[in-house]
Design a protein around this ligand. Structure first.
Ligand SMILES: [Zn+2]
Length: 321
């Protein structure tokens, strides 16, 4: 995914937390995260792009690539039942097959480690006096959170979880991501000089009303509606216990989704710009809605759970004093 797609997804995750129904206790955690995010929002576009622009660990840490295998035995993890990739995954042509995972890839590990890092940094900051040489700054913590949203969003991109080489040939991987970024750039106002969105009065990306008519029939508008009607589930889904389990399940379902779009007999050698949208059982629009709605939900869930874990620790610590 591209720069403003990543930034937009991060903003929409916070918006999701602001608008969804939560228990009274989780609402308090969410509100403190939302407030914190809004005071760091100018850094979102740059921070959520950092893994591509500076870290550059794309080959192994932005991906977890699966290949169908004849051996059956490995099972797919489950996801929160509201997820669209979970729904589509059930009828994926490779659902009943076994799979192998490229052993060099580590996207779920990357997410788990950054999640720990965020909590560690918050704890260190809370424990140190102002000006302490080992105290992390708010900006450092914000950057880690924004980077985490990048890796999570990448896990939702089906081609990041499919060993077929869709960046080659006619590069439908690049074209698809380009199309998403174009749509966001078309429908939102971007302050290019300062590498950020212009904001609406609530602090979210400002929509460009000049293209409102197209927006009303765009997949971005559908994503908004889907999330408005979708219950927010705190759980990682079934037996998943942590960020690693959850992100592994996401990657598995991105792989299933990839085969819903591009069936098994196709790869970069026989995909054309004419046929790629009509080969499988899902349209590009429906696929985009699933990827974006689920990615926003995932970023919101992981961020909120990290934040909650830290605040609970902080409360306990204060109670002891
Ligand atoms: Zn990436």
């Amino acid at each position: 995914m591209k720069k403003f797609t990543h930034a937009w997804l991060a903003f929409m995750a916070i918006k999701r937390l602001e608008e969804t129904k939560l228990s009274n206790r989780d609402r308090r955690y969410a509100n403190s995260l939302i407030k914190w995010f809004k005071s760091h929002k100018d850094g979102v576009a740059q921070g959520a792009w950092y893994p591509d622009s500076v870290i550059k660990d794309m080959a192994n840490s932005h991906v977890l690539k699966f290949t169908p295998s004849a051996e059956v035995g490995n099972k797919f993890k489950r996801l929160p039942t509201t997820y669209l990739n979970y729904k589509y995954g059930k009828s994926s042509p490779v659902k009943k097959k076994g799979f192998t995972v490229d052993k060099n890839d580590n996207l779920p590990d990357r997410c788990e480690s950054i999640a720990h890092s965020v909590i560690d940094h918050l704890k260190m900051q809370e424990s140190e006096d102002k000006g302490s040489p080992v105290s992390p700054t708010d900006n450092q913590i914000a950057l880690l959170l924004f980077m985490l949203s990048h890796y999570m969003a990448d896990a939702h991109m089906p081609f990041h979880c499919d060993s077929r080489r869709f960046s080659e040939g006619v590069d439908i991987h690049g074209r698809m991501e380009g199309e998403w970024d174009d749509r966001i750039r078309r429908h939102y106002r971007i302050d290019e000089d300062n590498e950020r969105f212009f904001y609406d009065p609530y602090g979210y990306p400002l929509r460009d009303l000049a293209s409102d008519q197209q927006y009303q029939s765009s997949f971005l508008k559908t994503v908004d509606g889907v999330l408005r009607d979708r219950k927010f589930i705190m759980s990682w889904g079934a037996k998943n216990k942590n960020v690693w389990d959850f992100m592994s399940a996401i990657c598995q379902h991105s792989y299933l989704l990839s085969y819903c779009l591009i069936p098994q007999q196709y790869d970069h050698t026989n995909i054309t710009l004419v046929n790629w949208q009509s080969l499988g059982s899902i349209s590009f629009e429906d696929l985009s809605v699933a990827i974006f709605a689920d990615a926003i939900d995932s970023i919101a869930r992981v961020w909120l759970r990290i934040w909650r874990r830290y605040v609970k620790w902080e409360r306990k610590k204060r109670a002891k004093i």
